[in-house]
Design a binder for this molecule. Structure first.
Ligand code: KIV
Length: 255
């Protein structure tokens, strides 16, 4: 059965929610057949498959191109498109346009937005316009040039900020909240403070679900983040397969 924002929201406190990134039809089929409840077309497509140093260079056109490829596989998992760098701070008519493009041209069912309390009014207006929003707080990769990639929630002051962000985004109507690289000991406090599922990445077990970049999980990225334990080494296996075939071609044993 197709996952919806409502069905995923209803899983809080019932069972953990499984989320993975997907950037094209191949990875969408792998993640969906593997049992993911939610496919995030993350702007991590930039550094994971497009050869960029980070997510800052990713554009709406790129995101729609990749989201549409995922949507063509018609997965039962909910498809969420990631709003690229800084666009959440545009005026509302532009923001509404980005949301429309994700749902109408990309075939997504929701949009993810990086940012906390300051974006709550914009999130509330999008939700009011019928565009489901997934929040994203904690480490914000789009802010690499302002804050860097740093673990969050390590001081009482930062914990207060994170709780305020989580509550503001939830109260604005987000249906779920990604919480990235927050101190494991503090994470349960965020999960308890909001009525929507928290989806952790590098934030320990105290979340209502987990998300990973599929390429990290499958061993396709050369240096996955330290919190990932890859379940396969597909880069190594693929190189070995190519080497075997190359040997056969050179020995004239393959057509
Ligand atoms: O872009 C992305 O893949 C993400 C996840 C890491 C949560 O935002």
């Amino acid at each position: 059965m197709k996952s919806t924002t409502r069905s995923l929201r209803a899983l809080k406190g019932v069972r953990p929610i499984v989320c993975l990134t997907a950037y094209d039809a191949v990875t969408a089929r792998i993640a969906a057949e593997g049992g993911a409840d939610l496919l995030l077309v993350g702007d991590s497509v930039g550094n994971t498959v497009l050869g960029m140093p980070d997510t800052v260079g990713v554009t709406m056109d790129m995101m729609i191109h990749h989201t549409a490829a995922v949507a063509r596989t018609k997965p039962e998992a909910l498809i969420v498109g990631d709003l690229p760098f800084a666009l959440a701070h545009d005026n509302f008519s532009k923001l509404l346009g980005y949301g429309r493009r994700f749902l109408q041209d990309g075939g997504a069912q929701a949009v993810k937005i990086e940012g906390g309390a300051t974006l709550a009014p914009a999130i509330a207006k999008l939700v009011d316009a019928g565009i489901p929003v997934m929040g994203h707080i904690g480490l914000l990769p789009q802010r690499v040039h302002s804050t860097g990639y740093r673990r969050r929630g390590l001081t009482p002051e930062d914990q207060i900020r994170l709780l305020a962000d989580a509550v503001a985004v939830a109260e604005a109507g987000a249906f779920a909240l990604v919480v990235e690289c927050v101190d494991e000991a503090f994470m349960p406090a965020i999960t308890a403070a909001v009525g929507i599922p928290t989806i952790g990445i590098g934030s320990g077990k105290g979340c209502d679900g987990q998300i990973l970049v599929l390429h990290d999980l499958l061993g396709l990225t050369p240096t996955p983040p330290p919190f990932v334990r890859p379940e396969a080494n597909l880069h190594r296996d693929a190189v070995a397969a190519v080497r075997r075939w190359a040997r056969k071609v050179r020995a004239r044993k393959s057509r």
